[in-house]
Design a protein around this ligand. Structure first.
Ligand code: UN1
Length: 498
């Protein structure tokens, strides 16, 4: 590959596209075409993080003084640009991350939805007034931005997750340093270009690329950074949360999942199978809301397994750019190694591999990181494949003798992100809703996704800090200030609170 043809992408600091201090770059390749270099990207270090934070700090006063409905104008323009450029951005996601084009288009749509929703907040961003206990006193609350906020995002939703942090953070008047996953910097550049062209003032949104290890700490520790919004692994999130808490910063972490579907005997089996196959194997299982466990009521277990294997065998595996493909490559060699490691471990632990289990080679498969959709049965609750997030197309199946046992299995993991039950029995559905340990609960629907005007996030090791999206996003990205105004014409005899 002639490196002269490879585009070198830069950091974006203070409204300028700049090289990192060290001048070093790294290449990115496509998951479906390992030898195709998509670009060279900056290997930023602590000094670049510091420069980006300073640029954000310098822009803070101007942006936070801009009325929120005027800030919304920039978001509405960004929305228009995303609409015009949606196809190109979706293609970039597929080429860089690997997911099928239809999923990438859905991801761009979600970025547009959150941008539109956040822009609308520019004309709400409510505080409240309430009677004071003192005469001639007016009491109310008002929102202020946190200040400079670090946005640290994963590779599996390289447009939607940054958008659902950046748009609400901007409307609240914060200025940002955006550090995308090192595997998907090209999508990040495309997103920043959208906001730049929408007229965001210099320094309001800054981008630095490179490995988290070299800039993550620098961002979290910088005293000018007042908030951190992170999505990624529970391990890294725990470190960021702990470090941020010690420095008294506002931190939100969205982390792993081990999401279970409970399938009761009275359910619409066809509907349930559709949801389970899509959520387990779609996006190659690389989604924190993917279904990685199914807990099936004994009475329908055999029937379910037969149909599950039949449907899974019909999935087409291939390059995400092929419109007929259901399961595209994993995003990288390291993901392939992790997933294959878990598959080997499942067999060693004594689970029964009933479908898939192999990485694929030959023909187009040699160009990418392909693995078969994989199903394990006879999984014991304490096995690692039953407990840990695999982040690949691996489904573990359990049997239960009824709802209670099923809920007990569902809750028996450290995670608590998303969950689902399939049943037509309203009483059982509510028993489930009220006891399942998950931040997002679905009835007769897949564990996937969420709507941008509703909160997104999990319990236990899946999430900490305020939820993302919905009005909770405004709560996270703003400080609430309480104001008391004494408007009496003369001094009060006893101007004191009870
Ligand atoms: C979705 O499943 O549609 O990292 C969104 C993740 C989640 C977002 C998932 N934070 O996969």
């Amino acid at each position: 590959m002639a490196t002269s043809q490879v585009t070198k992408y830069k950091n974006y600091i203070g409204g300028q596209w700049v090289d990192c201090e060290s001048g070093r770059t790294y290449p990115i390749t496509s998951p479906a075409s390992k030898t195709t270099v998509l670009g060279e990207f900056q290997i930023s270090g602590p000094e670049d993080a510091a420069a980006a934070v300073q640029a954000a700090q310098d822009a803070l006063q101007g942006w936070s003084d801009t009325p929120a409905p005027v800030r919304a104008g920039v978001l509405y323009r960004a929305l228009e640009i995303m609409r015009e450029r949606g196809d190109d951005i979706a293609r970039t996601i597929t080429i860089e991350e690997g997911k099928p084009l239809a999923d990438a288009q859905g991801e761009v749509k979600r970025a547009m939805n959150i941008t539109e929703y956040a822009a609308g907040e520019g004309r709400r961003m409510f505080g409240y007034t309430t009677p004071s206990e003192l005469p001639n006193t007016f009491a109310y609350t008002v929102r202020r931005p946190l200040g400079v906020v670090a946005i640290i995002t994963p590779w599996n939703f390289p447009i939607a997750i940054p958008a659902w942090k950046i748009a609400p953070a901007l409307i609240c008047g914060n200025t940002l340093v955006f550090k995308p996953a090192s595997g998907t910097p090209l999508s990040a550049v495309k997103l920043v270009e959208v906001f730049e062209e929408a007229g965001l003032p210099p320094g309001v949104l800054n981008l630095i690329t490179g490995p988290g290890s070299s800039v993550g700490n620098a961002l979290v520790e910088n005293p000018l950074v007042r908030g951190i919004s992170f999505t990624g692994s529970t391990e890294i999130g725990t470190g960021i949360y702990t470090q941020g808490a010690a420095l008294l910063k506002k931190v939100q972490c969205e982390m792993g999942g081990k999401n279970a579907v409970i399938l009761l005997a009275d359910a619409d089996l066809d509907k349930a199978l559709g949801g389970i196959v899509q959520a387990a194997f779609g996006s190659t299982g690389q989604r924190c809301t993917a279904t990685s466990r199914v807990i099936v009521e004994e009475a329908i277990y055999d029937q379910f397994m037969e149909q599950l294997i039949d449907r899974t065998s019909k999935l087409k595996i291939g390059d995400g750019l092929d419109p007929d493909v259901d399961v595209s490559p994993l995003s990288s060699q390291s993901q392939l190694d992790i997933v294959m490691g878990y598959i080997g471990m499942g067999t060693e632990e004594g689970a029964r591999l009933v479908y898939g289990g192999k990485s694929l080679s030959g023909g187009i498969f040699d160009d990418g990181y392909y693995v078969e959709p994989t199903i394990f049965t006879e999984v014991a609750p304490d096995m690692r494949i039953a407990q840990e997030e695999i982040f690949g197309p691996v489904l573990t199946v359990f049997k239960a003798d009824g709802l209670e046992e099923a809920i007990q299995i569902s809750n028996n993991v450290k995670f608590g992100l998303s969950s689902s039950v399939y049943t037509k029995d309203l009483t059982k559905a509510f028993q489930y809703i009220n006891t399942v340990e998950a931040g997002m609960v679905h009835v007769n629907a897949p564990t996937l996704g969420g709507e941008v005007h509703l909160p997104f996030g999990g319990l236990k090791s899946s999430g900490v800090g305020q939820r993302e999206q919905g009005t909770e996003a405004v709560d996270f990205f703003s400080e609430v200030i309480t104001v008391y105004i004494d408007h009496a014409g003369a001094p009060r005899a006893q101007a004191r609170f009870i």
